[in-house]
Design a protein around this ligand. Sequence first.
Ligand SMILES: [Zn+2]
Length: 317
Amino acid sequence: MQDKDSEPLYLEKIKGMRFFDPHVHMTSRTTDDYQAMADAGVAAIIEPAFWLGQPRTGVDTFRDYYSSLIGWERFRASQFGIRHYCTIGLNSKEANNEGLAEEVMEILPLFIYKEGVVGVGEIGFDDQTALEEKYYRAQLELAKEANLPVQIHTPHRDKKRGTRRSMDIALEHGLDPGMVIVDHNNEETVKEVLDRGFWAAFTIYPFTKMGNERMVAVVKQYGSKNIMVNSAADWGISDPLAVPKTAALMKDQGITDSDIRLVTYQNAITAFGQSGQINEAEFAADADIDQSQRFEGSSVLRGGQQPRIDKRSAIIR
Ligand SMILES: [Zn+2]
């Protein structure tokens, strides 16, 4: 743990920088995380609809989950000065329950046109089954019709083939690669994704897969064009501060400020901004934070707590 009166060293290196984390599952995280992200300069985030760790048994839980992404969770983020966007979709794992998947497909159009929805996602392959392909294709059509960007989850097993197949299918459906963000890349997939004109997103997982060091090496080799970094923090071992921490490491290792800004902020805004939903002017100024606000009667404050009134962390010390 950090000494309570001093800020972590990396915060010093990125002071004044602003970050956009285009993939983070805040539903699974605490208010401490929101506070720490705000303190580290995270101005805005995208929360993709995903797999909650165990299979859902009915369409109503999808409905409530999607509603929370455009409602409660967006409100909760605003209470820490963070602008919250989301992508809406049927995740690949649950595409394998065909009966339920059909019902979910029916309600998706009720959500993808809502305010703050910046894409269809995260969709794609997990085990690369026929049903996953069926609902991936159906959702590509939905995105095309709505003229929304697509956020693709690439499989962790057999990644190279799954990534290629995801791109092939997107092109088959007539999607512009500039509207498709291919996520969870690694050194094996990045070249092909960039060469074909897609956006290449990288998830920084602590201890495994893409670590910060490897990410810095990718940017040194491929530059900053069409590349973006995210945390994909969720209910597993993950780090909601992965984006600012990677920026600090990039700075340490001589990546220019303008390249850091592109991969940790601007590229994600350019890509998902094609939804017409992202307005940087809305990224909250501190003055906008009022923690005494309520969302349908609910507040982030608990009995006796005072609303946050200054920029210092509200975490109890
Ligand atoms: Zn995810």
